[in-house]
Design a protein around this ligand. Sequence first.
Ligand code: NAP
Length: 307
Amino acid sequence: MSLIYNRVALIGLGLIAGSMAHAMRESGLAGEITGHARSEATRDTAREIGLCDRICDSAAEAVAGADLVVLAVPVGAMGDVAAEIAPHLAPGATVTDVGSVKQAVIDAVGPHIPDGVHFIPGHPLAGTEHSGPRAGFASLFRNRWWLLTPLPGTDPGAVDRLSGLIAAMGAKTDRMEPGHHDLVLAVTSHAPHLIAYTMVGVADHLRRVTDEEVIQYSAAGFRDFTRIAASDPTMWRDVFLHNKEATLDILGRFTEELFVLQRAIRMGDGEQLFDYFSRTRAIRRGIIEAGQDTDAPDFGRTPGARP
Ligand code: NAP
């Protein structure tokens, strides 16, 4: 594959930025990759493992002369980072972000972007429960969706170029309106994470009365909840604080459905339970057929086998 950007600056050096660095390097998509993280410890680790061509002590230095700048920090930190880099952005550069929420990031970042710089918000639908500069791997985005939510009037050439980079890292791109993105993600990711956090919390309480049986005899369903609930607390705090309306809407609907099932169990209504579970099973089949997961018993999540 060939060069798409001459210099890519990664601001924030965690799972997503690290995976981008590995993927871009693997295919020679960037002439130079610079990187910056706020803490010295992360910058030192990034230098030690050679994550980027150059690790800079300031965000300003990292973005100078870059034709692509990627904001890969928690959603709640995007606005401050944008304000910090804005005076140092090269004319004609593209700024994108990888935040899990889109409208709040647009509101926080958009006002800082100078005229002549293209701002194209994005979100890779790929991740693991691991974080930090050592967590990234080149194949993270392979066969995954990467949604872009460009604002009306954005230069189509800049969007195509960014889409080209994303495709070259192995992902599939689609474009979406930001509010719609936030609603879709509340259903597919944000509410499920909250449910996993809650379920692990319930088991934590239970453990005290059942002498650690919950952990000892943890079946696959619960183990998968614990994996999700091990996700980065800062990232997920920010997701819920910044996708509040959509998440609350979905959780309200979830609670209603839960009561329906609870009542069916209480009333011994096996037919209702069977019909409900048959419908949900069909949804799972659809996900596998769409290539978004595998039907392997570990859901394809063993290291090196991630889909
Ligand atoms: P991560 O591994 O935890 O790394 C986060 C990076 O952001 C670190 O370099 C950290 O710096 C920096 N950071 C944290 N708080 C900051 C602050 N207040 N100001 C400036 N920098 C700060 O995170 P990640 O998983 O790569 O996530 C990055 C973004 O991608 C988030 O917006 C997240 O919503 C989005 N995303 C995540 C996933 C996922 O599954 N993980 C999937 C899709 C999108 P230090 O190391 O110096 O603290």
